[in-house]
Design a protein around this ligand. Structure first.
Ligand code: GPW
Length: 803
């Protein structure tokens, strides 16, 4: 949209008066934020209506992305950018004497997600709208987002994230679109007068699902899609059943909290209730809409695609079957055909503990009708496969076995597409983890390598670099992320390389100021900023990073004159509250940080900084300041990773194992512009087969490694009496599940190479440039376009300028 500064200033003052009966001069930053939010919403309200009306009139096929997590972070700047008025607003605020960044800061992070999976969903929302694709999100409006992390004596402490306390400026409550969702009770099948078997519900618990819609704005294209999040309420007709406050609370708890368990599931009734709640509400509202506009149910698959983001929404399969059978009177065969055509599924991990399974009795009690339908799907699957010679294969792939419902099996059998999130990951799904299914349905398996929204992760978070790019290669990269490749023409241009160095320094200075303020640690922007930011998990091997830090520390203590670049090791990570080992690692990193940062004898040559409460906003500050990106998971374990892409885009050079999307990053930049080390995936699998890995042998044969590990249990690192022993035991007594010790030497050696390379400034800057220039292919715009074409079969409604 186009608006002059004069008009904007007038509109803004007016909004403030309308909202708060206040003059600009007397308003607080929060009031300014709320007024600005309301104004921005008014600016895009026509485009929002026009968008869905256009989808309606042109009968555009739409995708609905079902995800139990969305992690957008702050939305103000992103919305202003996409509307095309960011600069106008920034300049107007300056003229009005308002501090724009302070207003932005007043917006709470919307953190309805744990990490990569939820953030991917939000990058997809941005990209789907920006590519002009008809697509909507469907999820849960948690009252509390991911916990706020504090460190007390080096331990992680979790505080509630009260993100809704000041109200949510972007959401619109859609009372009229509420639906009921049924739980529990008994369900009998009875023949109706037309001889059809229909369910009769006895004593179900009825919950009301109320949607809150948020506009998902496309980048300068007037598209506004919808993210619909559901909140639980008590239906008026049921109120008499909940007389005490406790009983009401218990019910309202359903959408109170996001499960902070990343990559592992606890068999909890609330979680399963949440899953069915948003699945059923979403499916009902979708089907109701298409019925209302006169789409025959038989043709549903021509109008909608439903995407199941990991298995959490896998009940979509059974719920659509339920609606088509019970409410729409379709035969099983017709309903099944439609369901499979409509559904598609993404797998995000090969970690066995994260593959969701629910006890049969729990599903039977909580979701009796779902269970009946799943049983029938399972029965028909057995029947259909009965002709196969390999009876074991059928047993291995069925949905209900060992008294558990296997959600991934339901998702694969009930959909036409299963994809992994990076080449290696998709190959492992096909050949190892889901091999049986790929034998049964080879055509269903495909890869869609993850991507990131360049708008947020470069344009918004790294303005200095964005300006340098504009100046060097023009502005087309802002619309077409692949155009960033034009930067390759400048890999030997001294001025551009120096410019990149200056941009990086400026970003590092900003982060250094923040580190001093929050952690009280003084770090120099001239040091290497070495960054590992991701959830804390054993397979991601933050511990390996720590072992290298201790190695350097001991080398410095032995030889204070050791030639090396000063380095700041920066961590950001939350541990699931129930994951004690991950919390142990946090404590150990914090204590090592204390020890090293306060040891004058090493002359400040290395520093260790663990930043509290890692979230989207913090990522936006850390990533532009990173020189080194740590992507050191055990090969085969990280499905893709996405911080690897964000860091590369911002000019960090990657230290990586050949895991997840690191492999594709290596292919993009070439071996000379990345530091690869460690076991490869086939070597890891060979160890699993031969079972001849001995951590203790590795330890016994390596004096430095001994010294480093002993530091955990001999008092060298203070205050980790219990934690140090736990780490030591995990490596030595329990034989080092993630081959940390096996990769230790290679890692330390590679870090020496990093050090030596960094000393050659122009070589380093060139590497950095090559990383930036080749990051365009990891744009989530391209990723969602591949989903649209191969899986969802939807196309863009707008001719995007510049495409
Ligand atoms: F276990 N991922 C995540 F697969 O952030 F469900 N949370 C999760 O619960 C799972 C996966 C799950 C991450 C992957 O670990 C990461 O490798 C990937 O880049 C990201 O999902 C997006 O695909």
């Amino acid at each position: 949209m186009k608006i002059t500064k004069e008009q904007f200033k007038k509109d803004f003052r007016k909004r403030l008066r309308e909202k708060f009966a206040i003059e600009l001069e007397d308003s607080s930053e929060t009031e300014q934020l709320v007024a600005l939010g309301a104004l921005v919403q008014a600016y895009y309200s026509d485009a929002w209506t026009d968008t869905w009306k256009e989808y309606l009139t042109n009968k555009k096929k739409q995708v609905y992305y079902f995800s139990i997590e969305f992690l957008p972070g702050k939305m103000l700047k992103s919305n202003l950018l996409n509307l095309g008025i960011l600069t106008t607003v920034q300049e107007s605020f300056k003229e009005l004497g308002i501090n724009f960044s302070a207003v932005c800061k007043a917006e709470p992070d919307m953190a309805l997600g744990n990490g990569g999976l939820g953030r991917l969903a939000s990058c997809f929302m941005d990209s789907i709208a920006s590519c002009g694709l008809p697509g909507n999100g469907n999820g849960i409006r948690y009252d509390y987002g991911l916990f706020k992390q504090k460190f007390v004596d080096g331990y992680q402490v979790e505080l509630p994230d009260e993100w809704l306390k000041g109200g949510n400026i972007w959401e619109v409550r859609k009372e009229s679109k509420a639906v009921n969702v049924l739980f529990g009770g008994n369900v009998y099948l009875r023949e109706n007068h037309r001889g059809q078997l229909k369910p009769v519900y006895e004593n179900p618990r009825i919950l009301r699902a109320v949607p809150y819609d948020t506009g998902m704005l496309g980048y300068e294209n007037d598209v506004v899609n919808t993210l619909r999040l559901w909140s639980v309420e008590i239906p008026a007709s049921e109120e008499y059943k909940y007389q005490s406050i406790e009983e009401r609370r218990k019910l309202e708890d359903l959408t109170a909290v996001l499960y902070p368990d990343d990559s592992s599931e606890q068999g909890r009734v609330v979680r399963l209730t949440q899953e069915y709640f948003f699945v059923s509400a979403g499916m009902q509202s979708i089907v109701r809409y298409y019925k209302k506009i006169g789409v025959p149910m038989e043709e549903l698959y021509e109008h909608i695609a439903i995407h199941i983001n990991d298995t959490h929404p896998a009940l979509c399969v059974a719920e659509l079957m339920r609606i088509l059978l019970d409410d729409e009177d379709l035969s099983w065969e017709r309903a099944w055909d439609i369901t499979v055509k409509v559904m598609s599924y993404t797998n995000h991990t090969i970690m066995a503990e994260a593959l969701e399974k629910w006890p049969v009795h729990m599903m039977q009690e909580l979701l009796p009708r779902m269970y009946q339908i799943i049983q029938e799907i399972d029965r028909r699957f057995l029947e259909e496969m009965a002709h196969l010679a390999d009876q074991d294969l059928i047993e291995r792939t069925r949905i209900i076995k060992d008294n558990q419902v296997h959600m991934a099996h339901l998702a694969i059998i009930g959909s036409h597409s299963t994809n992994g999130v990076a080449k290696l990951h998709s190959d492992l799904l096909r050949t190892v983890v889901l091999k049986d299914f790929s034998t049964l349905y080879p055509e269903r398996f495909n890869n869609k390598t993850n991507g990131i929204a360049q708008r947020r992760w470069l344009q918004l978070s790294n303005e200095p670099l964005s300006h340098l790019l504009d100046k060097t290669i023009g502005c087309s990269w802002r619309k077409n992320p692949e155009d960033i490749h034009l930067l390759m023409n400048y890999q030997n241009d001294e001025a551009v390389l120096t410019g990149l160095g200056e941009v990086k320094w400026e970003n590092k200075k900003r982060l250094a100021d923040y580190i001093l303020k929050t952690n009280g640690v003084a770090v120099s922007p001239d040091a290497i900023f070495d960054v590992q930011i991701k959830r804390l998990h054993a397979y991601k091997r933050q511990l390996l990073n720590l072992l290298n830090i201790l190695t350097i520390y001991f080398e410095l203590k032995d030889n204070p004159k050791k030639v090396m670049e000063p380095r700041v090791f920066i961590f950001g990570a939350k541990a699931a509250p129930s994951y004690t080992y991950a919390k142990t690692i946090i404590k150990c990193i914090n204590e090592v940080a204390n020890m090293i940062n306060n040891d004058e004898s090493i002359n400040h040559r290395i520093k260790v900084v663990f930043l509290e409460n890692y979230n989207v906003s913090l990522a936006e500050m850390i990533i532009p300041a990173a020189d080194v990106s740590e992507q050191i998971s055990l090969a085969s374990k990280e499905a893709s990773g996405t911080s690897n892409m964000k860091l590369m885009l911002n000019g960090a050079v990657t230290v990586a194992t050949l895991d997840g999307a690191n492999i594709e990053i290596r292919d993009a930049v070439g071996n000379d512009n990345i530091f690869i080390f460690g076991l490869r995936e086939d070597e890891v699998y060979r160890y699993y087969e031969s079972k001849d890995y001995s951590a203790i042998k590795t330890y016994e044969q390596n004096p430095m490694l001994q010294r480093v590990l002993n530091a955990f249990i001999d008092g060298t690192i203070p205050n980790i009496y219990r934690e140090g022993q736990e780490v030591f035991d995990s490596l030595i007594k329990y034989n080092d599940e993630y081959f940390v010790l096996r990769d230790y030497d290679a890692y330390v050696e590679t870090q020496r190479k990093v050090d030596a390379t960094y000393r050659d400034t122009s070589r380093w800057q060139k590497m950095s440039l090559i990383n930036i220039a080749n990051a365009g292919r990891f744009s989530s715009d391209l990723t969602v376009e591949r989903y649209a074409e191969d899986i969802w079969k939807i196309d863009s409604s707008k001719i995007i300028v510049g495409k």
